[in-house]
Design a protein around this ligand. Sequence first.
Ligand code: HEC
Ligand code: CU
Length: 346
Amino acid sequence: MGRSGPGRIIAIVFSGAVVGVLSYLLYLAFADSANTPQSTWMPMSDNTDNIHAVYQVVFYLAAAVFILILFLTLLFTLMFREREGAVAQQFHGNSKLEVLLVGVPVLIVVAMMVPSFKAIAQNTADPPKGALEVVAIGHQWWFEFQYPEFGITTANELHVPAGRAVSVTLKSNDVIHSFWVPQLVGKVDMVPGHTNHLWFTPDTARDEAYLAQCAEFCGASHANMRFRVFVDTEAKFSDWTKATAADAAKPASELAKAGEQQFTASGCIGCHTVKGNPLAQGKAGPNLTHIGSRTTIASGILPNSAEPMHKWLANPPAVKPGSKMPNLALTEEQIQKLTAYLESLK
Ligand code: HEC
Ligand SMILES: [Cu+2]
């Protein structure tokens, strides 16, 4: 192929086709991941909208650079190769090209920098007045959530109202964790002895929870340290705060009553709080006052029903490696009582 005439056209078409097919295959490989529950391509709050605005600029610029460089590399390899009647060509000291090669990357960097600074300023600004205050505390390997305004302490399932800003104070009880709800708010670390802040305003209420997880390696069960965020309507959120601030329901069935006694006898009270039960004031584990109303247990890794609860109580570290809740060697009968009691804590 020559540097002019039909040879050049063949080289252009061939390079274009190869790069086109390659780009399309890459697109196919990743396109579907945009529709997964933890994809950042579906921002659902002001905070993630701001991040996504930057992400799109960076992504599409990077895609354009990738495609162009790939195309030119292939094209020049074909056009300027060594073959009969032609030597491989090298260029030196082309000042126009050099200005272009410095100028274009500078423009690209500026194009990414401007929206980045804008998003950083937006997301680190003070939260709007009247924001809902939440304190989130990272523990190995679960999340504690406190709502000072309502006197609520709960774990692993955060409820927030749609359309109202939520201001989260982040702390850690042990090592560094990171708070991340891909569709609602970007990562911010939870650092022991230091307080961080973030805020976001969820767009709309929906029944399905937003999946979230610790985003900073924090030990054996880091990957099992998940949580859920429920974005409720104002009315639903208000019902939830009332129900959750209340004392635990009194166990009704005989089995559940026996479970309440077992809860004391087995020493669960030393690590867990059940509001309304003066004996159960422990703080080392999650507050279990309304554990029966939650959708999941053990920081979102098991659904909340009798069978998984049974499995958890039988041997927590087997479900969650390294779990700070020890295997208490409970008998089958004790587990059944405890499960009935815990599931009754609505
Ligand atoms: C030494 C302290 C300790 C004792 C004793 C203890 N737990 Fe726990 N428990 C924890 C910790 C810590 C967790 C959080 C584990 C995790 O998710 O990694 C936990 C988690 C749980 C959970 C899941 C909570 C949630 O938010 O999903 C339940 C239910 C539970 N414990 C019940 C019990 C019962 C019943 C007993 C008594 C038989 C008991 N625990 C004894 C520390 C303890
Ligand atoms: Cu972690």
